[in-house]
Ligand binder design. Structure first.
Ligand code: G3H
Ligand code: ZN
Length: 287
C-alpha cells in the first residue's frame, strides 16, 4: 500500500531500526524491490532522483507505474514513493504527479534560503498529506548530477530546520555518495550524536548507504538514524550479474537474448542486495 514515510519512520525510530530507501531506475528495479519488501514483510521507500525520473519519461509515469505495481503485485507492506535530492521545482512536479513523499535538498543554499523554501514546502506537504525530508550539511561525492562537498552538519542549523515541521532530516556526517574511497575517515558519530540531541524525536536519514560497514550502520541506528538510502550498491550488483550472464555467453544460447531472460540475473542480484540491507537495518517483519 502506498503511504507517506511518516508513520513507518516514527515506528522505526521508536523501535531502533531503520527503513531502507532503495532508488529505482526502471520497471525491473521497482519490481525487484517491491517483491523483496513483501517477501520480508518490511516497509520500504522507493527513491527517485530527478535524473531517474527523467529517464523513466517523467514523474507521472513513475507514480502510475508504482501505484499499478503495488496493486497488481498485491503489495500489502507500507511503500513510500519519494523524490530523492529534489530541487524546489522538482518537488512541485512530484507533488503534482502523486508521490507520497519528497526530499527538498536545499543543502547547497545559504541556510536562510534553505529555511525559507523548506518552510513553504512543509506547509504544502501538510496540506497534501505528504512527508518531507530536508537536508543540512552535505553528502560528499556525486549522485546523478547532485554534487556535495561533504561538510558535516551544524547541529544548530539542524534544529532550525527540524523545528519547521519536516518529517525527517538528512544531516551530513561524513557520509559520501557512491563507493567509499580507501582513505575515507568514517562517519562522524560525534556530529550524529550532537544532531540527535538537538532534534529529539525527529527521524534522521543516512545517505550514501552503499558500502558503510555493518558496525557503523548499527551505531548510526542506535544514535537516531531511521532511514538509510542505498543506490549505488544495487547498481553494482545488477551490473555484475548482467555482465556475468553475457560474458558466460548465455545471451547467445537458446533464447537468452530475450530481455526477460537477459535482465533476470540482474533483478535477482538487486533482490539479494535489498534483502541483505533490510536484514542489516532491522526492518524485516516490521510491516
Ligand atoms: O540519495 C541516495 C543515496 O544517498 C544513495 O547513496 O548511492 O552511495 O548508496 P549511494
Ligand atoms: Zn543521497
Amino acid at each position: 500500500m502506498l503511504v507517506t514515510a511518516e508513520e513507518m519512520l516514527k515506528k522505526a525510530k521508536a523501535g531502533k531500526y531503520a527503513v531502507g530507501q532503495f532508488n529505482i531506475n526502471n520497471l525491473e528495479w521497482t519490481k525487484a524491490i517491491l517483491a523483496t519488501a513483501q517477501e520480508l514483510q518490511s516497509p520500504v521507500i522507493l527513491g527517485v532522483s530527478e535524473g531517474a525520473g527523467k529517464y523513466m519519461t517523467g514523474f507521472g509515469t513513475v507514480a502510475a507505474m508504482v501505484k499499478a505495481m503495488i496493486e497488481e503485485m498485491n503489495i500489502t507492506v507500507p511503500v513510500a514513493l519519494h523524490l530523492d535530492h529534489g530541487t524546489y521545482e522538482g518537488c512541485y512536479k512530484c507533488i503534482k504527479a502523486g508521490f507520497s513523499s519528497i526530499m527538498f535538498d536545499g543543502s547547497h543554499l545559504p541556510i536562510e534560503e534553505n529555511i525559507e523554501k523548506t518552510k513553504e514546502l512543509v506547509a504544502v506537504c501538510k496540506g497534501m498529506g505528504m512527508s518531507l525530508e530536508a537536508e543540512v550539511g552535505s553528502i560528499g561525492g556525486e549522485e546523478d548530477g547532485v554534487v556535495g562537498m561533504g561538510e558535516c552538519a551544524d547541529p544548530e542549523e539542524c534544529k532550525k530546520i527540524a523545528d519547521l515541521g519536516v518529517t525527517m532530516l538528512a544531516a551530513g556526517i561524513g557520509n559520501i555518495h557512491g563507493v567509499y574511497p580507501a582513505n575515507w575517515k568514517g562517519l562522524s558519530f560525534e556530529t550524529l550524536a550532537a544532531v540527535s540531541e538537538k532534534v529529539g524525536d525527529m527521524p534522521l536519514v543516512l545517505h550514501g548507504g552503499t558500502g558503510i560497514p555493518a558496525d557503523m550502520i548499527k551505531k548510526a541506528i542506535s544514535l537516531g538514524v531511521s532511514k538509510i538510502n542505498v543506490n549505488t550498491e544495487c547498481q553494482l550488483s545488477f551490473a555484475a550479474a548482467t555482465r556475468e550472464y553475457i560474458e558466460a555467453g548465455k545471451d547467445q544460447k537458446g533464447k537468452g537474448f530475450d530481455p526477460r531472460k537477459l535482465l533476470a540475473p540482474g533483478a535477482e542480484a538487486i533482490k539479494a542486495t535489498v534483502k541483505e540491507k533490510m536484514e542489516l537495518f532491522g526492518s524485516v517483519g516490521k510491516a
